[in-house]
Design a protein around this ligand. Sequence first.
Ligand SMILES: [Zn+2]
Length: 332
Amino acid sequence: MSRRDAILNGTARASQLHEDLGLKNRLRAGDEPIDVLGAMASLDIAVVFKPLKGLLGAYLRVPGAAGVVITSERPLHVQRFTAAHELGHHVFEHPLSTDSTVGYAARGERRGYDENELEADAFASEFLMPRWLIAAHMRRRSYTKQDLFRTDVIYQLSLRLAVSYSALCWALYGHGLFAHDQAEQMASREPKGAKQMAAADVVPQTWHPDVWALSERDHRSIIIGGPEDLVVLELEEHSTAGFAWDLREAKALGMRIRADERVVVDEEAMGAAQKRRLTLEGDVQGILRLAERRPWERNGQPNQSFEVRLDLHGRERGGMPRAQRAALRKTG
Ligand SMILES: [Zn+2]
């Protein structure tokens, strides 16, 4: 099999699985990433996280059962790409595979390649970052193809797709949106500048955690991040009419407020708009709800509301996937 055929196979099988699981229809609003662990659960693949030494993941198959082990020691985005790679081995019915690296195929680096690994890598990239899903997330935020040459745009898109910044650069190359040298150049840029841009005046202890720049366009989105991430909300506030965003529910959910300021933002179409910029953080899971109210109408109908579903627990730390444990607790 040629290298090109292996990549085409991987891509085609990922598209087929999107179809089989009804994902294209479910995710067309561009408000959530692919739930790779959920897909694996629906295919009865047992997944467990363990502190693997020198390995990212492994796929094992015995008659009648299939299992995947993923390292508990790497960031969430690496865990998710590894999970998608092992899912690729499963759909191709490959034999046992132990993986110390994943994602090389997408970067065009695997010389002397193993065709199973190429198929699994191409599958993983397409499963997590199909062109239609990237397009849906871009549409929701009115990003153009030209915007894809901005580090901050790629970075914010990668967060919403719950993939690493460089994985998204290489997926865009795979989709023909970047030339090879453009992908290389974009992938080599540190997203630190994009984090600083999103964080504005707030300086975190280190720049390792992510910084989410959320606006009205993220209303009802699913945000999958880490416990030290900064979540920066910039929402229009009708303060001249006496309205203000009410933070009681955010605090009740366990979010800490790192910064709270009122800013005037120039918007191309509408002139200057008054915005409230809130910088929040917290190791929480749940729905973050904010309501814009007049302070003297604390329990009245809000003028507008904003909500996002947060999962800020970060990487899986061991054992079964968290979502599966939570489902068992509910049924048990
Ligand atoms: Zn592999």
